[in-house]
Design a protein around this ligand. Structure first.
Ligand code: UD1
Ligand code: MG
Length: 468
């Protein structure tokens, strides 16, 4: 053999993903393929992997909850509706009219989310025969200790694949076979166009089995090749919540391993959840129980304490996030200190060296360099300058029930504890606000503002006495 099969990829590729099944065992109103693994629908995982195969048309066969599936899935998908679920062969046949007859068809499953692009490349390479034509049927198979329920791979004495026999149709001897069909296969559209109309539903389940094309291929003298995935989880399907949870843990562990390989110190690789992408610099450390959602970037030396939730945010080098902090759609510059128990809501923007401490909430507000909001404050719709000190319990009253208004606080201002800043209001640079003030009027630079009842001290005051 002069050529290496691994270098062959089909010129035209059509991926047909089956996603019409109900998934009754999930016991859910949500169509099975929309159940989320790492925060993303299972079907989306499959499509995102398939897209990496290059220039392929993406076909998805939908049935149960078709509308809901269509709405939830992103991507350039050609949908095929399978009104009634009459079997996997029938399902593929629904997509076939939209498939380029010159293409190689790769069949995937919306409930088999962890298939890898490497395995699929290898499978596709095996649709080529030794003569270099994309003319073989390539099957993905695995050996299982307990093959119950799966289609068995029947081979002849020479080890050549002859047929797939479904568990329910298999005799005792066939049921001893431990090599099973994963369902994932690749073959030319031309062959499928010939074979699918020949399928019959004369079997134990009364379904049109896609698996029957193997015997048809053999009868035509076509080459049938079986390859195995790198890892068994790649071909594990999800039928119930237990299998879902098992795959979730496998996926999360993989991501944890990748992070550690990149140099992240994870307190416990079994106790981190990444639901999206987490980009990390060097010497990042993450304590237990943290959840990362969407796109999160952690710069060099960032440390994240236990039980933090960080979503769609960037935290720059040298910053630390202490326990139980929630950060959502926020931007944190270098050397900031956040938490414990801090909440950064969308639009929170912390400049270098800013500090946001316990039980503080920041929303749509810029906190300037070196400024501190350390205790029990709400800063929303605000522009806070540099080196500002916001005392405990300060509130920006940004909402009058209809409108949101802005609070501006100049550099070096000192806002006394328990101040209410009634927006719209501007407090100038270097201003001092006395504790307990309700600030409704603008304050000029360097003024002291005190807005509270004056203290009176009364001599000789007698408290009321209880009568005996
Ligand atoms: C199928 C294979 C079996 C293999 C097993 C691996 C057939 C006949 N059998 O069996 O050899 O070992 O997968 O898990 O292919 N689907 C549709 N429309 C249908 C029927 C199924 O979209 O009409 C989808 C289902 O939603 C599911 C997938 O195809 O995602 C597989 O269908 P399922 O009925 O679960 O196949 P199995 O009986 O498990
Ligand atoms: Mg079935």
């Amino acid at each position: 053999m002069a050529h290496s099969r691994e270098h062959h990829t089909p010129e035209h590729l059509a991926v047909v993903t089956l996603a019409a099944g109900k998934g009754s065992r999930m016991k859910s109103d949500l169509p099975k393929v929309l159940h989320k693994l790492a925060g993303k629908p299972m079907l989306q995982h499959v499509l995102d992997t398939a897209v990496q195969l290059g220039d392929a048309s993406q076909h998805v066969v939908i049935g149960h909850g078709a509308e809901q599936v269509r709405e939830a899935i992103r991507g350039n998908v050609i949908w095929a509706l399978q009104q009634e679920q009459k079997g996997t062969g029938h399902a593929v046949a629904q997509a076939l009219p939209d498939v380029d007859p010159q293409a190689v068809v790769l069949v995937l499953y919306g409930d088999v989310p962890l298939i890898t692009v490497d395995t699929l490349h290898r499978l596709l390479a095996h649709t080529f025969t030794d003569s270099g034509a994309a003319d073989a049927l390539a099957l993905l198979t695995v050996e299982l200790d307990n093959p119950t329920g799966y289609g068995r791979i029947v081979r002849n004495a020479d080890g050549q694949v002859q047929a797939i026999v479904e568990h329910k149709d298999a005799n005792e001897q066939q049921r001893q076979i431990r090599e099973v069909n994963t369902g994932i296969l690749a073959v030319s559209a031309a062959a499928l166009n010939r074979w699918l109309p020949l399928l019959s539903a004369d079997n134990a389940q009364g379904e049109y089995y896609l698996t029957d094309i193997v015997a048809l291929a053999v009868a035509e003298g076509k080459t049938v090749q079986a390859i195995q995935p790198q890892q068994e989880y790649e071909v594990q399907g999800v039928n119930d919540r237990l299998q879902m949870a098992a795959l979730e843990r496998i996926y999360q562990r993989q991501q944890a391993d990748e992070l550690m390989t990149l140099g992240v110190a994870l307190a416990d690789p079994a106790r981190i959840d990444v639901r999206g992408s987490l980009i990390v610099g060097s010497d990042v450390s993450i304590d237990v129980g943290c959840v990362f959602e969407g796109e999160v970037i952690l710069g060099n030396g960032v440390s994240v304490g236990p039980y933090c939730v960080i979503r769609n945010s960037e935290i720059a080098a040298g910053s630390s996030v202490e326990a139980y902090s929630h950060i959502d759609d926020a931007s944190v510059d270098r050397n900031c200190a956040i938490g414990p128990y801090a909440r950064l809501r969308p639009g929170a923007d912390l400049a270098t060296g800013a500090r946001v401490g316990n039980f503080c909430e920041i929303k749509k507000a810029r906190i300037g360099a070196g400024s501190k909001v350390n205790h029990l404050s709400y800063i929303g719709d605000a522009e806070v300058g540099e080196q500002v000190n916001i005392g405990a319990g300060t509130i920006t009253c940004n909402y009058d029930g209809v409108n949101k208004s802005l609070t501006r606080i100049g550099d070096n201002a000192f806002i006394g504890s328990n101040t209410a800043l009634v927006a719209p209001v501007t407090v100038g640079k270097g201003v001092t606000v006395g504790a307990g003030s309700v600030i409704t009027n603008d304050v000029d630079d360097n003024q002291l503002a005190v807005a509270r009842g004056k203290q009176r001290n009364i001599d000789g005051w007698q408290r009321p006495q209880k009568k005996s």
